[in-house]
Design a protein around this ligand. Structure first.
Ligand code: HEC
Ligand code: HEC
Length: 297
């Protein structure tokens, strides 16, 4: 039934916020009553939402910031970044970053990350393993982009679902042991991808990532076979740009593998809805500040 609701909305644009909202609504319905059928009333409400989403897209804040600030390379000052870190709802609905990341002391601040000053941002997380939050000049590196744009998987899983369950650790170990197509993979790893409830959500990974065609499979990602997992994401879309697929597994390196990262990394601020747009104007501005060198003056 879940698959049916995905097919129904395949006319939505790629991974758009509307698409994700619709999916989550579908999930919520599924949770509320396992026997409920997607009736015509819901379909109409979803269609209206979809139309509104498209109608306002051309005049969105996202678009305005992209065209008037990012594309013209207007300088972003640290003063603006300091404001963002202190502001509730700055990147979509949620608490201000500094509430949870206000000190380098891991006893006072999650991950020992201090986002209250420019030096603190440049220092990064101090709790082991220490990690860089920004790499000046390189917005795709550092943790800001990952934690502000990527939703934890399965999409919609609660932020406080543990990060070290036996199933998550099984995936991690398989990657660290070389990600081979062996008996461990076939009996302990692959079945988890199609098992509902395996990672704290009613949806299984393969409900949303079941083939290398999008739609219906998000990111053209097929988690139902060894070949699909090792091929990675967006093979067809990337090939059109002359690029290789985005690998999700780096054998021997779970920390660097998206397959493991997506199981444990919560999008920030903690508790944010996955339906919030991933290219929020303030996310664009923060990443542009990093690209311009993450200057403190
Ligand atoms: C309500 C508390 C809370 C808020 C608000 C919050 N975070 Fe977090 N953050 C956490 C927790 C807990 C972790 C560690 C576990 C995890 O990944 O969920 C974390 C981890 C991180 C990490 C990864 C650090 C590392 O080395 O693992 C980054 C980056 C981050 N947060 C950035 C932000 C930003 C930017 C904001 C504001 C948009 C923010 N956080 C708001 C609780 C919060
Ligand atoms: C309800 C649908 C849904 C479910 C269930 C789901 N995903 Fe996803 N997945 C998405 C969407 C949507 C995206 C892209 C947008 C985003 O990052 O939030 C995505 C992105 C990803 C990516 C990133 C691909 C890339 O190239 O960046 C990985 C890896 C991934 N999912 C793995 C998983 C795993 C593993 C599971 C099961 C634990 C899972 N997903 C379950 C919808 C889902």
């Amino acid at each position: 039934m879940f698959t049916v609701s995905i097919m129904q909305f395949q006319s939505c644009t790629r991974t758009s916020a509307a698409f994700i909202r619709v999916l989550l609504t579908g999930l919520a319905l599924l949770l509320a009553s396992p026997s409920i059928q997607a009736d015509r009333k819901d379909a109409k409400a979803d269609a209206v939402e979809d139309v509104v989403e498209k109608a306002i897209r051309g005049a969105s804040h996202e678009e305005a910031v992209r065209k008037l600030v990012v594309e013209r390379n207007i300088a972003i000052t640290y003063e603006y970044i300091a404001t963002l870190m202190r502001l509730p709802n700055a990147f979509g609905e949620g608490a201000a970053c500094v509430i949870c990341h206000g000190s380098n002391d891991p006893k006072k601040s999650y991950r020992g990350l201090d986002l209250t000053s420019c030096q603190g941002i440049l220092r990064g997380s101090m709790e082991a393993p220490a990690r860089a939050v920004v790499v000046p000049g390189k917005p795709k590196k550092g943790l800001f982009r990952r934690y502000l744009r990527n939703n934890r998987m399965p999409l919609g899983v609660a932020f406080d679902y543990p990060q070290d369950t036996a199933n998550i650790l099984a995936i991690k170990k398989w990657i660290d042991d070389g990600a081979k197509n062996n008996a461990v993979f076939q009996t302990k790893v692959l079945p988890l991808m199609s098992l509902r409830g395996a990672f704290g959500s009613l949806a299984a990974c393969s409900d949303c990532h079941m083939s290398n065609q999008e739609p219906p499979s998000f990111h053209e990602l097929d988690l139902t076979s060894y070949e699909g997992i090792m091929l990675g994401a967006d093979a067809i879309a990337k090939a059109k740009q002359g690029k290789p697929p985005a690998k999700i597994v780096k054998p021997g390196n779970s920390a660097g593998s998206k397959l493991y990262q997506r199981l444990v990394e919560n999008r920030m601020p903690a508790g944010i809805s996955p339906g919030e747009g991933r290219d929020h104007p303030n996310t664009q501005l923060l990443l542009r500040w990093v690209e311009q060198g993450a200057k403190c003056d």
